[in-house]
Design a protein around this ligand. Structure first.
Ligand SMILES: [Zn+2]
Length: 184
């Protein structure tokens, strides 16, 4: 059995909106004035107004997209900077441990702070306040080559799970395009 909905006209819709506070037009019949104005426009005027509205929508979309791209780029650069800092800590640790890199981040508690282990682009993970509370939920980076010789600068040591950036023991970062040094 089909259900019938009441059919209402534009005036009824406006009255309902105004009664419920959705319409801030207090003057009675002002929406009708607007309808009359729009109906009075020529075809050319309508095209111009439509084009202007379209231009505003496109401009807003472009600004939002540009801001989003800038935010993603900043997060990517921040991630590369963290990988470089972690690589420095890896080198320091290896110098005291026979030139071999650590097999986990906890080993490097004297050279690292756990707060650096969350990528700036990672929205899911929270920074650990101390090493005792560190879990995989507080670390965006994975050690790909545990026990790597620190002099082996051609093998990636760590990887960001968000960006896929690779970190090497010489402090360089491969961002998917090329290996970058610090401050590049
Ligand atoms: Zn990252």
């Amino acid at each position: 059995m089909s259900e019938h909905f009441p059919v209402c006209n534009a005036n009824q819709v406006v009255r309902v909106l105004r009664r419920n506070g959705f319409l801030l037009v207090s003057q009675k019949g002002s929406h009708q004035k607007w309808l009359m104005i729009i109906n009075g426009w020529t075809g050319a005027t309508r095209v111009i107004v439509f084009a202007l509205l379209l231009a505003v929508v496109i401009a807003v979309a472009w600004v939002v997209a540009a801001a989003s791209a800038a935010k993603r780029r900043a997060a990517s650069l921040g991630c590369a900077s963290r990988i470089t800092s972690i690589s420095l800590a890896v080198r320091l640790w290896a110098e005291d441990n026979g030139g071999v890199c650590a097999s986990n981040f906890l080993c490097m508690s004297n050279e690292l702070t756990p707060k650096i282990l969350v990528c700036p682009g990672d929205r899911r993970r929270q920074k650990a306040t101390d090493w005792a509370s560190l879990t995989p939920a507080n670390c965006s980076y994975e050690i790909m080559s545990p026990g790597l010789r620190v002099k082996d600068t051609n093998t990636a040591f760590i990887r960001c799970a968000i960006h896929g950036h690779l970190g090497y023991t010489d402090g360089t970062v491969f961002d998917g395009v090329r290996r970058r040094h610090k401050y590049e």
